[in-house]
Write a protein that binds this ligand. Structure first.
Ligand code: F6P
Length: 459
């Protein structure tokens, strides 16, 4: 292979540039040119195919900085529709004209689903990314547990998860953790810790919403910030139990901090934060506010008198507040764990192409006796029998629904990732740059401005 393409698809993470950098380092060693495609698959859907040569003379362009969040290539949630043969033929022609011999897609489960049609026109592999940590398998035969059942209203089919017959073992997880996840937990933990002291001062109940879609990994990891209660989508909310715990804690310490994953479901199985059911361009449900929905339930159950009795607040509305960590958990400098393994996975993806792999992905594996290492899997290992890849749910055994906290096994899962996840340079970087006087004197200089000067077009 002489020249490969690379793109970043789906929602961004702080570790995308690190993956690109890892891929480019490896490509330089193996004397392969790397073209970065601008804004994910939309580059190939555009007749002009905007792209950037990332390693002229086999050295990385200076804009490629592994410590910088986001992606210098830009990202989009555009996907390739396998049924649109005309569009695929057009993309195939553009790939040929660009002279690409292979493609690395940096993405999550949606990207792995979406790259399949491209894998039929050129060797294509995935380097994983997602803050949600939902690209992977809890065990190898997990995709076989999906069943399709018919629905009368509206007529059609829907997926149902059949009960598992597999004994879970941490060592058997496929893709233990995904670049982006650690940094997003790091940001969420900081948010939880900061909310705590203000909740303490004002005798408040804080509900902190974290991302993760339908997987509770970020909520689980946020337990490092010592919230009193953690709610994850994998365990339907037991509102009676929650109310009891909130009262106990509030009476003891005059404040409560609850972390709530955005995909948390109520006792009826309905997603709390998706009252307005809308979808993004790749078909994902847009989650609008689990924390607000939860706040409504607690306001109703606790009532104003509960807070007035001890002069802690005038109303339940005033005492219970919500904050979303929001997109801060997806941006900024990646911490050491993410940078290091993102780069390894980028390098691995290039090796996979050069070994002749196609429709496959690089994975980050963990074993108790070996630690972390990179490996590769066929994309089909992730597909159910109808060919669809499902987002990985956090294994329910990682959570203790009684305590509303990570279980022992959940803690065992988290420790290898987060022990030493922050590097000395991460701390030093904060010390040196946060109050750099130059920040006040210079306007922000966007990476997009520099990369723009390097963009080339086919036509
Ligand atoms: O998949 C990553 C993620 O950050 C989810 O956790 C979240 O639900 C979603 O993307 C938010 O998407 P957007 O950036 O389009 O608001």
């Amino acid at each position: 292979m002489k020249r490969i393409g690379i793109l970043t698809a789906g929602g961004d993470t702080p570790a995308l540039n690190a993956t690109i950098a890892g891929a480019v380092v490896r490509a330089n060693q193996r004397k392969v040119e790397v073209y970065g495609l601008i804004k994910g698959f939309s580059s190939l859907q555009n007749p002009q195919v905007p792209h950037v040569h990332l390693n002229p003379l086999f050295s990385a362009i200076p804009e490629l900085d592994a410590t910088r969040g986001g992606t210098l290539l830009g990202a989009s949630r555009n996907y390739v529709d396998a049924r649109d043969l005309v569009a695929i033929e057009q993309m195939s022609g553009r790939i040929r004209r660009l002279g690409l011999d292979g493609l690395v897609c940096i993405g999550g489960d949606g990207t792995l689903n979406g790259l399949q049609p491209l894998a039929e026109v050129l060797p294509t592999v995935l380097a994983p990314k997602t803050i949600d940590n939902d690209l992977g398998l809890n065990y190898e035969n997990e995709p076989d547990e999906w069943a399709l059942e018919s629905t009368p209203e509206p007529p059609g089919y829907r997926y149902r998860r059949m009960p598992s017959r597999t004994k879970f073992d941490l060592d058997h997880m496929v893709n233990y953790a995904t670049p982006g996840f650690a940094t997003s937990v790091y940001v969420s933990v900081g948010g939880v810790q900061r909310i705590r002291t203000t909740a303490e001062s004002h005798r408040r109940i804080a509900i902190v919403e974290v991302m993760g879609r339908h997987s509770g990994y970020i909520a689980l990891g946020s337990a490092f910030g010592q919230p009193d209660l953690v709610l994850v989508p994998e365990h339907p909310l037991d509102i009676d139990r929650l109310e009891v715990r909130v009262r106990e804690l509030y009476e003891l310490q005059k404040n409560v901090v609850i972390v709530c994953g955005e995909g948390v479901v109520g006792g009826d199985g309905e997603i709390l934060g998706a009252r307005k059911a809308t979808h993004d361009p790749s078909g994902n449900l847009i989650l609008t506010g689990a924390a607000e929905a939860l706040r409504g339930l607690l306001v109703e159950r606790l009532g104003d008198d509960y807070f007035r009795r001890y002069r802690r607040a005038d109303t339940a509305q005033a005492a219970i507040f919500t904050r979303k960590i929001g997109h801060t958990q997806r941006g900024g400098r990646p911490i050491l764990f993410d940078r290091f393994y993102a780069a390894m996975l980028g390098g691995k993806a290039v090796d996979m192409l050069l070994e002749g792999q196609n429709n496959a992905l690089a994975t980050l594996q963990y074993r108790r006796d070996r630690g972390f290492y990179v490996d590769s899997y066929s994309g089909n290992a992730f597909r159910d029998r109808w060919g669809l890849i499902h987002a990985r749910y956090m294994h329910p055994s990682f959570y203790d629904p009684e305590l509303m906290q990570p279980s022992r096994l959940g803690i065992e899962y988290l420790l290898p990732i987060f022990t030493n996840a922050i590097g000395h340079d991460d701390v030093e970087h904060m010390r040196q740059t946060t109050f750099d006087s130059g920040n006040l004197l210079r306007p922000y200089h966007s990476i997009n401005t520099d990369v723009n000067k390097r963009i080339r077009y086919l036509e």
